[in-house]
Design a protein around this ligand. Structure first.
Ligand SMILES: Nc1ncnc2c1ncn2[C@@H]1O[C@H](COP(=O)(O)OP(=O)(O)O)[C@@H](O)[C@H]1O
Ligand SMILES: [Mg+2]
Length: 230
């Protein structure tokens, strides 16, 4: 691979395999997965339930270590990093949006975003200002003081996105970000992720069953029984 090509790739997976072992049973969730995702793309990962989407996304985000193969993010091989190096790399470069919303129920929308900023070393007044800017970016400036229970599903998901955007990560990874949303909020979330990729230069990798998202995707990967389909 020439270095010019390597620079255009945000995410590379080579021969990625995942075997889960529990008790006496062994289950191969991913089989020799090879993929390349370009910078600035919106890349979808689709496939039936149980096909390995969450497992693959978790491996590409460095949350789960594959049993074989390598993962390169932004030109660095994360599968060779120490635990500490990987934790630092993830904090600096990856915003992850989970399948639930994973918000702290006792914290306001703004405080939920501030916690993520604190983890990145941004504190005090600076964190409060940046949280406000991030909530504005997702259209929730007027809900900053609301607790999660006083937000709709779509609004909670937008708080989760604001939190994932804290510190301007280059990679955004999302596991079924619209699954719990009605069609209107789903559209708002999709449009937001599209803007991030197209105007913010982020690379967005998204697991979804949502066929509406196909309209904004640059490319789609299909997973079936742990294998990528052409
Ligand atoms: N920690 C685990 N231990 C054992 N099996 C697992 C574990 N995580 C996932 N699996 C299995 O791996 C397969 C893929 O799971 P998952 O990646 O969650 O699929 P998807 O997100 O496409 O629905 C499923 O059969 C699931 O039961
Ligand atoms: Mg899943």
């Amino acid at each position: 691979m020439s270095s010019l090509q390597a620079h255009r790739k945000a995410i590379i997976g080579i021969g990625v395999e995942m075997v889960f072992q529990s008790g006496g049973s062994r289950f191969q969730a991913l089989k020799k997965v090879n993929l390349e995702i370009f910078k600035g793309d919106i890349q979808l990962l689709m496939g039936p339930s149980g096909s390995g989407k969450t497992t693959l996304l978790s491996i590409l985000a460095g949350i789960l270590t594959p049993t074989a193969g390598s993962v390169h993010l932004l030109g660095e091989e994360i599968t060779r990093m120490s635990r500490n190096q990987l934790a630092r790399f993830r904090l600096a470069n990856i915003g992850f949006i989970f399948q639930g919303f994973n918000l702290f129920p006792a914290l306001t929308a703004a405080e939920n975003v501030e916690v993520a900023l604190h983890l990145k070393g941004i504190r005090g007044r600076m964190a409060r200002q940046q949280a406000q800017v991030l909530l504005e970016q997702v259209g929730l400036a007027d809900k900053a003081k609301n607790l999660p229970r006083d937000l709709s599903g779509g609004q909670k998901q937008r708080v989760a996105i604001a939190r994932a955007l804290a510190g301007n990560p280059q990679l955004i990874m999302a596991d079924e970000p619209t699954a719990a949303l009605d069609s209107h909020s789903g559209h708002a979330v999709i449009e937001l992720l599209r803007q991030l990729a197209k105007e913010g230069g982020c690379t967005v990798l998204m697991v979804t069953h949502d066929s509406r998202i196909m309209d904004v995707a640059d490319r789609v990967l299909h997973l079936e029984d742990g294998r990528l389909k052409a």
